[in-house]
Design a protein around this ligand. Structure first.
Ligand code: AMP
Ligand code: MN
Ligand code: MN
Length: 330
């Protein structure tokens, strides 16, 4: 059984018991673990007769709207609304909370961080960080048990969704016996594994594969770094949005590569160009240090960052940096 950070977990329990009104936030560009842990945390709080408002700066992606309670998630928080505590889930640094966290109004409210990223910057008043857990949703299984909240119904469903998506359905190298034990508890509580898998890992819109058709002809393999760029023109030709790419785990299966990366050209609201980078590493290699050095974060096998600039300028130095890391296996 995993050795949890007991004093931090106790501090989380104490913060939950002390408050009545909670704001819960997860990260920008939300994935299944972000939405699952956000909904799961709110479920836990409500079962303890507390109020909980789930907020995501970027809203819920289309592919995750099947999760029970997804429709209750707000994308803006009334600055006059008072909270006793803010709980932020699956976010490794404060910028990952996006605009739903307003430093000017929320600074005075106790902030509880619950996360599993090794790159977490410990930005809360309480920081419960378990890099040994494969998903924030796995941590919430342990939290629910401490709080005597039954792992049933919608709670079981949302927590299993986060574990399934972050482990690519129990295929990542951090899928420990503990991960399988928590998943077993959730299935015993009524969660539907086959349905969750069908709705997440095994589901793509047609525009995703059209986008793959646009970008894969130009895939590059430099030494053992495999990389793909995505321009706005390619997105437009496929009728796709950046979140439709979902190519990282497919690239990471390529035999000739140890590290793979996708680079998507994006633009900030004011038109400034930025490149969103998504990295994957084979066992024995790490990409979290590269991502962290570039202002992002993640886990050794999967990490990401966003850097300013256009593809042509931003990508070559990042590929060069990845090549250096490949020569220094972990
Ligand atoms: P992705 O490639 O988007 O699936 O992300 C892989 C991992 O890296 C996830 O755990 C993300 O939370 C993390 N990650 C991605 N982008 C960033 C970023 N800009 N800052 C911090 N962590 C990130
Ligand atoms: Mn996440
Ligand atoms: Mn996660």
């Amino acid at each position: 059984m995993i050795d949890l950070h007991e004093s931090e977990l106790a501090a989380v329990v104490e913060a939950i018991e002390a408050g009545d009104r909670f704001l819960c936030i997860s990260h920008v560009g939300p994935d299944g673990d972000a939405v699952g842990s956000l909904l799961g945390m709110c479920d836990i709080l409500r079962r303890l007769d507390k109020t909980a408002l789930p907020a995501l700066a970027d809203g819920v992606p289309e592919g995750l709207r099947f999760l029970p309670g997804a429709e209750t998630i707000v994308t803006a928080v009334n600055p006059d609304e008072r909270f006793d505590c803010i709980i932020v889930l699956d976010a490794s640094s404060p910028d990952r909370m996006g605009a739903v966290y307003r430093a000017d109004v929320h600074d005075a409210v106790p902030l509880v961080v619950i996360d599993h990223h090794v790159t977490n910057t410990y930005f809360g008043d309480v920081n419960w960080v378990e890099p040994g857990c494969a998903a924030t949703c796995q941590m919430l299984v342990y939290l629910a048990r401490r709080l005597d909240v039954a792992l049933t119904g919608t709670l079981a469903e949302t927590l299993l969704a986060g574990i399934v998506t972050d482990t690519l359905c129990f295929r990542t190298s951090n899928t420990t016996p503990d991960v399988l034990s928590t998943a077993t508890l959730l299935m015993e509580g009524g969660a539907h594994l086959a349905e969750i898998t069908a709705q997440t890992i095994n589901r793509k819109p047609f525009r995703s594969i059209k986008l793959w058709g646009e970008v894969l002809p130009d895939a590059r393999l430099d030494d053992r770094v495999l990389w793909v760029t995505v321009s706005p023109e390619q997105l437009a030709a496929a009728g796709a949005a950046p979140e439709d790419l979902e190519l990282s785990s497919t690239l990471s299966a390529v035999e000739e590569a140890d590290i793979s990366a996708t680079f998507i050209q994006k633009f900030a609201d004011d038109g400034t160009p930025a490149v969103e980078c998504s990295f994957r590493a084979k066992p024995g290699f790490s990409v979290s240090d590269v991502a962290f050095a570039l202002g992002g974060g993640g886990h050794p096998p999967a990490a990401g960052c966003t850097v300013p600039g256009a593809l042509a300028d931003a990508v070559p130095p990042i590929v060069a940096l990845s090549l250096i890391h490949i020569s220094e296996p972990t």
